[in-house]
Design a protein around this ligand. Sequence first.
Ligand code: SF4
Length: 202
Amino acid sequence: MNSRAIAELVFHLGRIASGEGLVEGLTAAQWAVLRYFAQANRFSRTPSAFAAFHATTRGTASQTIKSLETQGYLTRMRSEDDRRSVQLVLTEKARGILANDPFESLVRAADSLPPNIQGQFANALQRMLGQVAQERGKQPFGTCTSCQHLESDSCSRDEQASYACRFTREPLRLEELDGVCINFVPGKSMTMKGSITGAAQR
Ligand code: SF4
């Protein structure tokens, strides 16, 4: 298969997976917002982070977010770490409909792939995403487990290890490692605490 055919498939997959028409009364754009705030970590639950993630303008993002707040799907909460900052979080009403997200068909398709293919596929897509983001001057997003800023006192992801973010200088809970982050820097998997030098590593 040539490169253009692969690119067409990836593009088509993204288009059909995002859905069309109303599902649960929500548009594809509104579902994208709910999906983002369901996955974003505590440093990234803001309208501007969503706008960057979705490569849209802050104005468009704010309008869609406002409509979801009005309908009772999103609410604003003071951050536990920094009482001055406000995070957007999903309400119970939103969590109650997440399983009906049209995007879930793509999740099921990925889930049906053999584990070794999933790993290769994820790596290939991550590389493509990184290159396209760089060419377009867009910020790559990702999770702690492949971020240069993650510190851990263990090489493996086990319950006993403790984790911290070097960028925010905050401890991280195990369940937070899969959250999408605006401060993500790609290129490094888990590191031993104290082994990271000040230099960025790629
Ligand atoms: S380790 Fe990276 S992805 Fe995780 S919170 Fe810190 S900057 Fe974000």
